[in-house]
Design a protein around this ligand. Sequence first.
Ligand code: NDP
Length: 245
Amino acid sequence: MSTSTSSKTVLVTGASSGIGEATARRLASLGHSVLVGARRTDRLTALAEELRADGMSVAHRELDVTSLQSVQAFAAAAVREFGRIDVLVNNAGVMPLSPIADLRVAEWEQMIDVNLRGVLYGIAAVLPQMRQQGGGHIVNVSSVSGHRVDPTAAVYSATKFAVAALSEGLRQESQDIRVTVVSPGFTQSELTHRGGSAEAQGAAREAAAQLAIPASAIADAIAFAVQQPAAVDVNELIVRPTAQG
Ligand code: NDP
């Protein structure tokens, strides 16, 4: 049985920067075996080598969460490497902000593919193994935007509200799988670096520069949920800067 002190096998998606990287560092430092995935394998290789040099148990693998096959191969690699899957941190995400009227349809699709479909693929890839083991833990990284809607973030919010809905459904249907939704506010990462309209992304970057908390703050919240005993399921954590409105 999993307990707060046992070493677990943890999969982290989107671990090449920001919250995913910080989470991998935190969980590995607690003695868990961690498989990190993302598309930028150079970043993953450097992270895994650094942590292994410090005596931690870390493996890495290229991962594109928009491909079910890639996510299934990621889960299979964890079983091959570590023998089981205890925790999946569905963290990979994109946030190309823009007003709906800009009709940046390809970016809407990308947000749905990564932030929603990717989370579902993660669940599909690990659930059979967790059921076979008699337990497991799925941590979905949502957002404050999964609790409120703001201009230029409508589609992003829609994906994060959807993650909250499917997490609650999974929780209700599961007797032995823990389900946690972690919703960060402004956090230091590379999230605003890619895509979106220049104006919307610039405003988000400016707000983040004023307010953002370190990614390690979110990693600590995820670690808190992971470290609970198997019978204790922390369902929702919102972690944002004190000064965020
Ligand atoms: P980053 O941009 O720093 O990290 C995003 C991660 O997702 C990267 O590792 C990236 O890796 C990965 N990723 C993107 N697309 C894919 C894909 N198709 N397949 C696999 N991995 C992918 O941002 P954050 O750390 O901030 O983002 C992490 C999560 O936190 C996201 O879900 C985001 O929505 C959420 N969040 C962040 C907030 C913030 O203020 N920073 C606030 C609220 C929520 P690569 O490009 O190498 O594949």
